[in-house]
Ligand binder design. Structure first.
Ligand SMILES: C[S@@+](CC[C@H](N)C(=O)[O-])C[C@H]1O[C@@H](n2cnc3c(N)ncnc32)[C@H](O)[C@@H]1O
Ligand code: SF4
Ligand code: SF4
Length: 518
């Protein structure tokens, strides 16, 4: 969503919260994308949320794009079994360096899981959410799943609980989900047409029986939609994941979006198929490709309407820990946790959140103020910009250390987060830098600029040669504000004839640019 639509409070509320009442009456923005009341944006965004809903999502890194800069999540791998087979999933393949759904290094008992939650919560005060997302299906392992929730709810009551399911057993566990105060549920719905389902799901196991073909896909779809409706009736916020599989369901995802929206889905996360022959999946073996970033964005854009589209999913491992895009899993192995001193202090966590909220408010105000400057420039140009960040909404990563770039679309409406690109880190200790630089340039080739905290002479020169402007004058400043200020200056130069606006070419090969290997 756009900078102008990233929060549920008005600019005045924010300034008041900041204690800056002097500024409350200052001119607020009046561009087409921003009404100056925080309820703005050319499309439905979280700025349009009623405050009750905003309160539910404002510290959830997956349910709020804006929150993902500040808050972390963790998954505990307590659910090994699954009751269906997807052609893109092989849970036996594990690689500690790989971030991809279904991948885990250690499976945990509920008792180990709660110990891990307390260890992470003590060390990472920005961790707000515990999710169970496999490596199989949480509802195919109900005892382990709900035991974990029960233990965590008692030991760490300030942590939100989440689960991610294929939905087959969802209607049977709606009461348990409500009783354990699971705040957020994700259902993977790749199709609402059983015919398409036959190409994604070879079998399901339901009520002690194995089903295949059309019958299997029909049962799965009906149970998923029934479960979604039941969650909506109970007031549980539901995210729908859809894996985009070119040639199979890409043309059908707009229909999925309509159907899940009509049943009360809150957020739609269309994510790219990850498929490599070495993962040992049916799609990997058949050569089924995933979408390019441009194909993914086009489908996400086509679904943008009444339902909020999630574009910042990192397709995490089933034992992921940290901010989205950051991997701290290796710091919290069972062996290490057992020897850790736990210091789970709710007051410290609360104080940390209060500090984060102040910083967040300052960031939003800075974005609003930058939009005021943009309001005076007329143009319908849109450009993409890549950003190197370690979090907190700041440009605070060195070009050479970035393992991903966040991508923003800049237009008169503001700065809108539209995705991220995983890259090989440029600094390789003197070996292989040329190769990684070429692949980074290929991955962000559709961007006009790259915002970094610092950049060396060699990559700077190569980026300029490729037509991408390296921008380091906003080091450690807010991303959204800086991007808008840079874009305002860019438009002014284009309008005065000082520079010519050129369309950027598409980002490079699919393998170089596909989002996260999660
Ligand atoms: C590992 S699953 C665990 C939760 C549950 N079993 C499910 O499928 O919803 C978490 C998410 O990762 C997605 N996923 C698994 N393998 C994938 C792949 N190869 N490419 C893209 N998404 C994948 C699933 O579709 C699901 O939305
Ligand atoms: S439902 Fe989830 S865990 Fe089961 S096969 Fe599909 S992706 Fe894998
Ligand atoms: S997989 Fe996506 S939705 Fe799940 S925790 Fe990671 S970023 Fe959030």
């Amino acid at each position: 969503m756009y900078a102008s639509a990233q929060h549920g409070a008005s600019r005045s509320d924010i300034l008041t919260a900041l204690g800056d009442t002097k500024q409350v009456g200052r001119k607020s923005c009046s561009t087409s994308g921003c009404c100056g009341q925080g309820k703005c944006g050319s499309q439905k965004g979280q700025g349009d949320l009623p405050s009750g809903l905003w309160d539910k999502v404002k510290t959830h890194p997956c349910y709020s794009e804006e929150a993902h800069h500040h808050y972390a999540r963790m998954h505990v791998a307590v659910a090994p079994a699954c009751n269906i087979q997807c052609n893109y999933c092989n849970r036996k393949y594990d690689c500690a360096n790989e971030s991809r759904p279904g991948v885990v290094s250690e499976r945990l008992s509920p008792e180990q899981a709660v110990k891990k939650v307390l260890a992470v919560a003590s060390a990472v005060p920005q961790m707000t959410v515990l999710g169970i997302a496999g490596p199989g299906d949480p509802l195919a392992n109900p005892k382990r799943t709900f035991k974990t929730f029960e233990l965590v709810k008692t030991a760490a009551p300030d942590i939100k609980l989440c689960l991610s399911t294929n939905g087959l057993m969802l209607p049977d566990y709606i009461d348990a989900i409500s009783n354990f105060n699971v705040d957020h549920v994700t259902i993977t719905i790749n199709t609402v047409d059983p015919e398409i389902g036959t190409r994604i799901y070879p079998w399901i196991f339901y009520k002690h029986k194995r089903y295949t073909g059309h019958e299997a896909a029909k049962i799965l779809t009906e149970r998923q939609l029934q479960g979604l409706q039941m969650l909506t009736e109970r007031g549980v916020l539901t995210k729908v994941n859809s894996v985009m599989i070119p040639g199979i369901n890409d043309h059908h995802l707009a229909e999925v979006n309509k159907v899940v929206k009509s049943r009360g889905g809150f957020l739609h996360n269309i994510m790219p198929l990850i498929s490599s022959p070495e993962h040992g999946t049916a799609f990997g073996a058949s050569g089924q490709r995933g979408p390019s970033p441009q194909e993914l964005k086009a489908v996400q854009d086509s679904c943008e309407g009444e339902m909020i589209m999630m574009r910042h999913c990192r397709q995490c491992r089933a034992d992921a820990v940290g901010l989205l895009g950051e991997s701290r899993t290796a710091e919290f192995t069972i062996e290490r946790i057992m020897s850790m001193e736990l210091n789970y202090d709710m007051d410290t966590r609360k104080a940390y959140r209060a500090k984060v909220e102040k910083e967040r408010a300052a960031m939003i105000v800075a974005g609003h103020d930058a939009l005021v400057g943009l309001a005076d420039v007329s143009s319908d140009i849109k450009v993409l910009a890549a950003v190197a960040t370690k979090g907190s909404g700041l440009i605070n990563e060195h070009f050479g250390h970035a393992a991903e770039f966040q991508v923003y679309e800049l237009s008169k409406a503001g700065a809108k987060f539209v995705g991220h690109r995983r890259v090989d880190v440029y600094c390789q200790g003197g070996y292989g830098e040329e190769g990684s630089l070429a692949s980074i340039i290929s991955a962000i080739n559709d961007c006009h600029a790259v915002f970094v905290a610092k950049i060396g002479a060699c990559p700077r020169e190569a980026l300029i040669k490729a037509g991408i402007t390296p921008v380091d004058q906003f080091a450690h400043d807010f991303i959204v504000k800086s991007a808008i200020v840079w874009f305002t200056a860019y438009l002014k130069k284009v309008n005065s004839g000082e520079i010519a606006h050129v369309q950027r070419i598409q980002a490079g090969s699919r393998n170089a640019t596909v989002i996260s290997a999660a």
